[in-house]
Ligand binder design. Structure first.
Ligand SMILES: C[S@@+](CC[C@H](N)C(=O)[O-])C[C@H]1O[C@@H](n2cnc3c(N)ncnc32)[C@H](O)[C@@H]1O
Length: 283
């Protein structure tokens, strides 16, 4: 079949399956399978039979709700490539705001060799992007899920980033007790409520529950991290976190209750309250 004809029929299949952005998804699958950034530049070119079969098979998986990023096996975050698949959270554009917050704090405070720890690291997108942008930083990434940890290690190698990764639980006091004098704790922990978990979009249901569920009110990890990890920060160090839509007041309250000061809340590029930076001040 010719490229354009196949493309149109794939878009039709995706639209019928109510895939949100059918044209974008079809284009990404074409780019990946044909190894061509502009696959429709020669619309009348014949697609080899084997490639056509592979494209149709991916499109039909996509129609069943499997996320595009898992089908492609790689996704970009902060301009860097990340391997993704079942068992690891897909890096979201909103999380780039959190990375920007940390870079901004380091630049503003002239920290050229900051000690940074990324809690709940998943694919490692935050830790790795920070190490690439702040080469003098010493970055550690902690993750509990073995499957996610496999991706974290793969992504460290893929990006040639010197990030130290550990498979452990951030809710374990023994883990926290091994770290001291950190300049920055950064975290995008699980933060969905049971109600949100019950009404997830079809694609998100393919992502690991352990990466999403944040306890009865979605805030368990903020309470634990704000208190348990406070002692790991040096005086004047920063805790930077991402949270869900509508959680900003609750997260701010948790930070205040744990004696953090200079709290700044930020919106992501979609205009949604998304991140907090808070400083460990005396007390
Ligand atoms: C919302 S995802 C964030 C992943 C990644 N930081 C990102 O921004 O894409 C939360 C991650 O926390 C991990 N996690 C859940 N409980 C944990 C725990 N007790 N200790 C360490 N990591 C945990 C999950 O496996 C998941 O990878």
């Amino acid at each position: 079949m010719k490229r354009l004809d196949l493309y149109k029929s794939c878009v039709g299949m995706l639209e019928q399956a109510e895939v949100e952005d059918a044209e974008f998804d079809a284009l990404c699958i074409f780019q990946d399978m044909l190894g061509d950034k502009l696959p429709l530049f020669c619309p009348q070119e014949e697609v080899p039979a084997e490639a056509e079969q592979r494209i149709l098979s991916l499109v039909s998986e996509r129609c069943s709700g499997r996320p595009l990023q898992y089908l492609l096996g790689q996704w970009e975050f902060f301009g860097y490539p990340f391997c993704v698949g079942e068992g690891v959270l897909i890096p979201r554009p909103a999380t780039e705001t959190l990375v920007e917050n940390v870079i901004e704090i380091c630049r503003r405070e002239g920290m050229t060799h900051p000690h940074i720890i990324d809690l709940c690291s998943g694919s490692g997108c935050i830790a790795i992007a920070l190490k690439k942008e702040l080469p003098g930083a010493e970055v550690t990434a902690l993750e509990l899920s073995e499957k996610a940890f496999g991706y974290l290690e793969k992504n460290i190698a893929l990006n040639g980033a010197e990030v130290r990764a550990e498979l452990c639980s951030v809710t374990d006091p023994e883990t926290a007790s091994r770290f001291r004098d950190m300049d920055i704790i950064v975290t995008n922990p699980p933060y969905l409520t049971p109600e949100e978990m019950a009404s997830l979009q079809r694609e998100v249901r393919h992502e690991p529950e352990q990466a999403l569920a944040g306890g009865s009110d979605g805030l368990d990890f903020y309470r634990i991290i704000a208190s348990l990890w406070r002692d790991t920060l040096r005086e004047g160090g920063w805790l930077c976190c991402e949270y869900g839509d509508g959680q900003h007041e609750d997260v701010k309250k948790i930070l205040l209750e744990n004696s953090y000061g200079n709290i700044t809340l930020c919106r992501d590029l979609a205009g949604i309250m998304r991140t907090a930076s808070a400083q460990k001040t005396g007390g």
